[in-house]
Design a protein around this ligand. Structure first.
Ligand code: ATP
Length: 351
C-alpha cells in the first residue's frame, strides 16, 4: 500500500462502529511515516477523526496532524453542510429553494408529472448518499488544484455500509435522471419560442441547466474515482463476529457488482494472544475463531488479503490519561498553549 509515488485513494468502509475511523487514522499515519504526504478525510456525519488524533479537526479545513514524519493533514467534512452549500448556491440564483430551481427551468410541473424521474423530490429531500457524494466531489475538486498536488495518499473514512451502497448507485441514477431532464428541456425549449416564454426567463433556465449539468459532472467524477482500478482501492473494515462478517460479504458482493476495486479486508479488534483467558474472553475468542473461519469459506471474502488488527487497550488508557492531563493542566497550570511541555507530553501519548 505504501509503494509507488503515484497518487492513490483508499476508501475505508464497513458496518457502523467496527473501527473505520481508527483504521483510516492508523493507515494515514502509516503512509505519512513512510514518506507520503497524506490527507485523511472523514465524510462520516458522526465524525471521530478529531477523537482519534486528539486534535480539533472540525471546521471543514485542512488541519496539519502533529506527530508523523511527512505531512499529514486531516479534514472533517460535514456532508449535510456540503449539501446545504449546494442548496444555497441554487437559492442565490434568485429562486427560493430547489423547487424554484426546477421551476426556474420551466420543468417544475413536468418533473412532478414525470414521477419516475423523481428529480424535484430528489433535490428537495436528497436520498442518503447524495450528501456524501457531494462531500467527496468537493474534496476531489480542491485536490485538482496545484497547491494540493503534493498529496500522494488520500484516505477516506466513509459512512457506514448502507450509505456507501446508496452512494455508489447514486451517480448512475442522477446521470440518467438529469440526462433525461436536460434532454427533455432541450426538446421543449427548441420546440417553439412561444413555449419558451411560457417557461420563464431564458437566463434563469440556463443557470439552472448549468447547475444540474455541473452536479451531474461532479457525480460522474465520484463514480469514476470509485471505479478506477489504477488509483483507488476500497478497503472493507470488519470485526470478527458472525453478523459483521455476513454484512461484509454482502458489501463485498455489491462493490464487485458495481466494479469497485476491493482487495483487502481488515478484521479489527481481534483478541491478542493470552496465556490464560477468563470465561468471557475464552468464549469471545471461540466466537472470533468461528468468524475468521467463516471468512476462509466465504465466496466473496476468501480471495481478499486479510489484515488482522488487534484489540488494543491504548485508547482506554489514552482517554483516561488525556482527561487527567487536561484536568491537571486546567487546574494547576497556565493554558496549554503557553506550556512548553504540553506538546511533548501529548506526543508521548500519541506514541
Ligand atoms: N483495534 C481496536 N482496539 C480497541 N478499540 C478500538 C479498536 N478499533 C476501534 N476501537 C474503538 O471502537 C470505537 C469505534 O471505533 P471507530 O469510531 O473507529 O469506528 P467507526 O467504524 O468509524 O464508527 P462509526 O461507524 O460510528 O463512524 C471507538 O471507541 C474506538 O476507539
Amino acid at each position: 500500500m505504501v509503494s509507488g509515488t503515484k497518487r492513490k485513494y483508499y476508501m475505508l468502509g464497513g458496518k457502523g462502529g467496527v473501527g473505520k475511523t481508527s483504521c483510516a487514522a492508523s493507515l494515514a499515519v502509516k503512509f505519512a511515516n513512510s514518506g507520503h504526504p497524506t490527507l485523511v478525510v472523514s465524510t462520516d456525519p458522526a465524525h471521530s477523526l478529531s477523537d482519534s488524533f486528539a486534535q480539533d479537526l472540525t471546521g471543514g479545513l485542512l488541519i496539519p496532524v502533529e506527530g508523523p514524519e511527512s505531512p499529514l493533514y486531516a479534514l472533517e467534512i460535514n456532508p449535510e453542510k456540503a449539501r446545504e452549500e449546494f442548496r444555497n448556491t441554487t437559492k442565490s440564483d434568485g429562486g427560493s429553494g430547489l423547487k424554484d430551481f426546477m421551476d426556474g427551468m420551466g420543468l417544475g410541473m413536468l418533473a412532478e408529472q414525470l414521477g419516475e424521474l423523481k428529480l424535484g423530490e430528489l433535490l428537495d429531500t436528497p436520498p442518503p448518499g447524495l450528501d456524501e457524494a457531494i462531500a467527496i466531489s468537493k474534496v476531489m475538486q480542491f485536490l485538482e488544484s496545484p497547491e494540493y498536488s503534493m498529496f500522494t495518499r488520500i484516505v477516506f473514512d466513509t459512512a457506514p455500509t448502507g450509505h456507501t451502497l446508496r452512494l455508489l448507485s447514486l451517480p448512475d441514477f442522477l446521470d440518467a435522471s438529469i440526462g433525461k431532464i436536460l434532454k427533455l428541456r432541450q426538446k421543449i425549449v427548441s420546440a417553439t419560442s412561444a413555449i419558451k416564454s411560457v417557461f420563464g426567463q431564458e437566463e434563469t433556465q440556463q443557470n439552472a441547466s448549468d447547475k444540474l449539468e455541473r452536479l451531474r459532472e461532479r457525480m460522474v467524477k465520484v463514480r469514476e474515482l470509485f471505479r478506477n482500478t489504477d488509483s483507488t482501492e476500497f478497503v472493507i473494515v470488519t470485526i470478527p463476529t458472525v453478523m459483521a462478517i455476513s454484512e461484509s460479504s454482502r458489501l463485498c458482493a455489491s462493490l464487485k457488482k458495481e466494479n469497485v476495486p476491493v482487495k483487502r479486508l481488515i478484521v479489527n479488534q481481534i483478541l491478542p494472544p493470552s496465556p490464560s483467558d477468563c470465561k468471557f474472553c475464552a468464549m469471545k475468542r471461540k466466537d472470533q475463531m468461528r468468524a475468521l473461519d467463516m471468512i476462509c469459506g466465504d465466496p466473496e471474502l476468501s480471495s481478499l488479503t486479510l489484515i488482522q488488527a488487534p484489540l488494543v487497550y491504548v485508547d482506554y488508557w489514552f482517554r483516561i490519561y488525556k482527561r487527567t492531563l487536561d484536568t491537571v493542566l486546567e487546574q494547576h497550570q497556565p493554558p496549554p498553549t503557553t506550556i512548553c511541555g504540553w506538546r511533548s507530553q501529548k506526543s508521548y501519548i500519541m506514541a
